[in-house]
Design a protein around this ligand. Sequence first.
Ligand code: AMP
Length: 363
Amino acid sequence: MTTLHKPLAPDATIGILGGGQLGRMLAQAAHELGFRVHIYSDKKDSCAFDVAKLSTCAPYDNWARLADFLNTVDAVTYEFENIPAETAAFIAARKPLFPNADVLATTQDRVKEKRFVNSLKIATAPFAPVNSSTELSMAFAKIGMPAILKTARLGYDGKGQVKLDKGDDLGTAWRSIGEQPAVLEGFVKFEREISVVIARDASGKTAAFDPAENVHRNHILHTSTVPAKITPALAKEAVNIATKIAKALNYVGVLAVELFVVKKGAKRELLVNEIAPRVHNSGHWTMDGAQASQFEQHIRAVAGWPLNSAKRVGKSAVMTNLIGDEVLGWEKIAKEPGASVHLYGKGAAKAGRKMGHVTRVKL
Ligand code: AMP
C-alpha cells in the first residue's frame, strides 16, 4: 500500500524496520509528535529497541513475526535500504509502506540506480556493469584507470569496494569483491563531496535542507558542514537534482542524494554518486541546526502530515561523527558550551562503529 486514507493521528503506531541509530532517532522524533513506535530488527543489540514501546527481534523473512508486527502498526517505514524485496512486498500488501517498495528495488542495485539517475538526464560518474572477470576487462577498456570496482548490492561505508590503478591485477580485484555482480566506476577527481537531504510528503510537496559538505575518513563520514562551500546557483542545482529524483520515485519520506562537485574550468559540474532512500548521516546536523530535523520530516511524511520548515538556523553547523573510541571523549565534549552531543547507547566502542555525533551550530 502506498497511500494513507487520512493523516495518522497521534497515538497511532509507526513500524520501523531496522534498529540502528537511524531507527532510534526516528523513534525519538515520532515520540515528539505523539506517535508510538514498533521497531523490527534482526539484531539483538539494536539500540533503537531501548527507546521504543514495542519491539520485535526476528529475521526479516519470518513471515509469522512480520504479520504480528504488522497487526500492531498503522504505517511502516525503514532505516536501511537493504530490506529484502520479498519482505517489502509482504509488508506493502498489508500496510502502507513509505517510501514505496519500488524505491528499494531501484536503490538496492548500483547499476539500476545509476541507470535510473541517467534516465532523468542527471549525470553520474562513467560506469559499466560487471558480471564476470571478462566483463571487468571490457569495462576497464571502456572506463579507463583509475577506477573503483563496487559490488552492485550491499555495500556501505566503503565495504565491497576496491580502487584500481594502472598495473593492478583485475583478477585479484574481481576476487577481492567476492566475484559478484558489480559496477566499475571512473574515479572522479572531485573538488568536494556534498549531499542534499530532502523530504517529500504524500501530496508531492518537498522541503530540502541546505546541501551539506561531507568529508570522509577511512570511507566513513567524518564531518558534514553547512553551508557547503559552493555558490548559491550550484546549491540550487543540487536541490533541483534531488527534487527531480524524489518526484520520479514518487517518494514519500526523507531521501539523501550524495553528489561529487567537479571543477570544469571555471565552472562546476555535479555528478550523483549515490541515493540513500532514508534519513542520512549527513543530515544529522538538522537536529540542532534546522527548524525541523530530518527525522521529524520523515515521520511527518510517513504519517501523512504536511512537512515542517527545513530552514537552517544559525550561520553554520558542523556535525562530527564519533566513531569507535572517539566516543570516549564524551566528558570533554559535554563540557563544551553549544556542542550538542547525541550518543546512540550502543555499548562497546568497536572500531569503525558509529557511536554518536556532535553538532556545533554557530548562531
Ligand atoms: P559510496 O559507497 O559509493 O558512497 O562511496 C564511498 C566514498 O568513496 C564516497 O563518498 C567517495 O569519497 C568515494 N568514492 C566513491 N565512488 C567514487 C568515485 N567514482 N570516484 C571517486 N571517489 C569515489
